[in-house]
Design a protein around this ligand. Structure first.
Ligand SMILES: Nc1ncnc2c1ncn2[C@@H]1O[C@H](COP(=O)(O)OP(=O)(O)OP(=O)(O)O)[C@@H](O)[C@H]1O
Ligand SMILES: [Mg+2]
Length: 382
């Protein structure tokens, strides 16, 4: 998959910008605060359905304007006919999304069209950070390849928020019927069983690819193991996506959610479910978060991102577009070269203050874009 063109209108500081990308390596360079990350954020908006920087939709609209418009044209390896996605994002009211001019119902319908794998400096702390970061990694990676996952995950989040509110009501002495508890337990269990099965399958693939990338990157004998850990492991023996495993997960979680209500009300939130999941990461049997060096933790995180691209390729037949926001400045020469080598032949869009950040040698032509004060200008070379 490769993005051919992107257009921005009143998108943050990009007043009116069109960028035509090369199918290979693209380097967006310029001083701080000029708009480089904004260009990537606009692209990734179509892969994720929202800003990767946690900004609300209305924050994407240029100060003083009423709406931002962002549009991309990308090509799939399997078809020479380009696809156009566009988003009209107002300061107030609902955003509008289109695919080849036809309106889409919402982000859920847009996801899975344009796929991108994003690396940014905060991802370098995937290993040392908290479980929420690793769950977010899983959710974003899986959602791009599975509409069912998006559906169950959004259901799960909605029911979880509602049940937590119910627990607070219960704690405040207001009555909640048995039937209400059971309805929530059932809905959450149905969604949780699907989420659990998908995360399990994804982590199985992930651990193999991460170990391969890590060994290659470090040139050493050690290799990391990534194990999906969930409270729901206790409900199923050997979990796969089989019908029995899902039904074991549903029943196990339903039982927990209907028999510990007072305890959960005292805690103020739901104590069981996939919102407590994590990926346990170890090197030679020792927990990486506690025992691996900073360098090893970074190498694992980078391997996870490269593996994300690999799994996406296996599931969909093509690589996503790789977006690297400012990561190279954080990495040593060896890791930079490894990334470039691993991503050879794929589309990569890199941002950096320095044009020379991308190691040369065997990667083919590099397209350079100078970003300055919200304008993007193609240059022959850096
Ligand atoms: N809604 C907005 N309207 C107008 N300008 C905005 C808006 N949101 C952010 N900006 C501006 O966009 C500018 C560029 O931001 P961006 O994050 O893309 O910079 P960058 O080139 O990636 O810089 P760095 O190298 O520091 O990462 C910032 O100066 C910021 O103030
Ligand atoms: Mg930036």
């Amino acid at each position: 998959m490769n993005v051919k063109k992107a257009k921005y209108k009143n998108y943050r500081n990009l007043q009116s910008v069109t960028v035509e990308f090369s199918p290979g390596v693209n380097v967006l360079w310029g001083m701080n605060a000029q708009g480089k990350s904004n260009v990537l954020e606009g692209l990734y908006y179509f892969a994720r359905g929202r800003s990767f920087r946690g900004a609300k939709d209305r924050d994407l609209v240029a100060f003083g304007e009423s709406a931002a418009i962002c549009e991309i044209e990308y090509e799939k390896d399997s078809s020479p006919v380009p696809v156009k996605l566009s988003a009209s994002i107002p300061v107030t009211g609902k955003k509008k999304l289109y695919r080849n001019g036809a309106p889409l119902k919402g982000s859920a319908e847009m996801l899975g069209n344009f796929r991108a794998a994003l690396f940014c400096p905060s991802h370098l702390s995937l290993v040392g950070g908290g479980p929420a970061e690793r769950r977010a990694f899983l959710d974003i990676a899986i959602a791009q390849n599975s509409h069912a996952y998006i559906y169950y995950l959004s259901n799960y989040r909605r029911f979880l928020a509602e049940r937590n509110a119910l627990l607070k009501r219960h704690a405040a002495g207001k009555s909640v019927t048995r039937e209400e508890w059971e309805t929530y337990a059932e809905q959450l269990s149905i969604a949780a069983a699907e989420i659990y099965a998908e995360r399990n399958a994804y982590c199985d693939a992930l651990t193999r690819d991460v170990a391969d990338y890590f060994r290659e990157m470090t040139g050493g004998a050690e290799s990391p193991a990534l194990t999906y850990t969930s409270q729901m492991d206790a409900f199923t023996g050997e979990c796969d996506s089989s019908v029995e495993a899902k039904s074991d997960t549903r029943e196990g979680l339903f039982e927990k959610l209907t028999s510990n209500i007072d305890r959960e009300a005292a805690a103020g939130s739901t104590l069981w479910g996939p919102h407590k999941d994590d990926i346990h990461i170890s090197i030679n049997g020792k927990e990486a978060r506690l025992f691996a060096s900073q360098g090893q933790q970074r190498s694992i995180a980078l391997s996870m991102k490269l593996a994300e691209g690999e799994i996406s390729k296996r599931l969909t037949g093509e690589y996503p577009v790789f977006l690297l926001d400012d990561v190279f400045s954080e990495l040593d020469e060896r890791r930079r070269a490894f990334i470039m080598d691993s991503l050879k032949g794929r589309q990569i869009i890199v941002t950096s203050c320095e044009p020379s950040v991308v190691p040369g040698g065997g990667v083919g032509d590099i397209a350079y874009f100078r970003v300055s004060d919200g304008k993007v200008e193609a240059r022959e070379n850096g």
